[in-house]
Design a protein around this ligand. Structure first.
Ligand code: HMG
Ligand code: MG
Length: 298
């Protein structure tokens, strides 16, 4: 049986925009967050507190967080790879912080400049500090099916990372297909490898759509009882350290599929499509969502 309800975390303002070459003004990012919450999103990944030398687009993190008119029933999350990022984020009062590791050693090095083991040492004090401050903690696990540098990743590598994440007190994890190479059975194996450490209510799917598999992978995860997913408005995005990888599955496409299956999301698809048009117009391109384009052309 499929879950009756699904929670979507829109990562567009963060994962979606982090790779954009020209600076997107903070005011546009803030407006995007407002439109997403107006459309009914209850979780929004707003920005990341990472080095502005590495990811210049997220350099306005505090400004964006300060500009958002927050709602009590919406969870605003931010990425914090180390204590420096965590400390910089505290004044912004995130509801949740995200530490992000990888199942692949090479990706860990390229993305956060340290090994998997070192990353866990950096995350541990972040997780402890956040929990002491009453901030929720999520752990993103990159490259759970494939890595741009190492190729296919075995489920045992995912299990290794999930166990380490659990060991430092991470509350829930994202099983991420960073470069969108996964197919349904491989994604199910990556999730299966996570389940000894995190129950299904604390596992989310994070699927990039590079090879057009993300909706199928979402369905495969739903079949396992996963009901939390990250998606990106208008299919925005890509990771600066995963060349050629495109954005997350478009939120519009996931919502259309779920509603068609009778699964509730609390999201208003028309408002969502408008939010996607807003940011796509700013970026001077069409929404990278089949559903959005179909509805626009209707
Ligand atoms: P590092 O160079 O190893 O860090 O970078 P360091 O501690 O040696 O510090 C070097 C310099 O960076 C110093 O500045 C620090 O102050 C500064 P300098 O003295 O040279 O002027 N610094 C920072 N500045 C701001 N905020 C910080 C911070 N930390 C150090 N938090 C670091 C390590 C992680 C910072 C760096 O590698 C980095 O910023 N990487 C960017 C990672 C990133 O944002 N990647 C994209 C997001 S992950 C993703 O998209 C995947 C995901 O979507 C899931 C999926 O799809 O797979 C989540
Ligand atoms: Mg991602």
């Amino acid at each position: 049986a499929y879950p009756k309800q699904v929670k979507l975390i829109d990562v567009g303002p963060r994962d979606g925009l982090q790779n954009e070459k020209s600076p997107v003004p903070a005011s546009v990012k803030i407006e995007l967050v407002h439109r997403l919450q107006d459309a009914g999103l209850k979780e929004i990944e707003v920005t990341s507190f990472v080095s502005p030398k590495w990811v210049p687009q997220m350099g306005d993190n505090a400004e964006v967080m300060a500009g958002v008119q927050r709602r009590a029933d919406v969870r605003y999350s931010v990425l914090t790879p180390n204590m420096k990022g965590y400390e910089a984020s505290v004044d912004s009062k995130p509801d949740e912080i995200v530490v992000f590791g990888a199942a692949s050693e090479a990706f860990s090095q390229k993305n956060i400049n340290c090994s998997i083991a070192e990353s866990i040492e950096r995350f541990a004090p972040v997780v402890a500090a956040a929990k002491a401050a009453g901030i929720a903690v999520r752990g993103a696990m990159s490259c759970t099916v494939g890595c741009p540098y190492e190729g296919e990743i075995a489920p045992s590598r995912v299990a290794y990372l999930a166990e380490l994440m659990k060991g430092i007190g991470v509350e829930r994890v994202d099983v991420a297909d960073t470069i969108g190479v996964g197919t349904p059975l491989k994604v199910q194996k990556a999730i299966e490898a996570t389940l000894p450490y995190f129950d299904v209510d604390h596992v989310s799917g994070h699927f990039h759509d590079t090879y057009g598999q993300a909706l199928s992978n979402t369905l495969a995860a739903l079949q396992m009882g996963v009901w939390n997913f990250q998606s990106s408005i208008a299919g925005l995005g890509g990771c600066p350290y995963a060349k050629g990888a495109t954005g997350n599955v478009a939120t519009e496409d996931v919502v259309y599929m779920l509603h068609g299956m009778g699964i509730e999301t609390g999201i208003d698809l028309d408002k969502l499509v408008d939010a996607g048009i807003f940011i796509s117009d700013f970026l001077q391109r069409k929404p990278n969502s089949r559903v959005a384009v179909a509805l626009i052309n209707k």
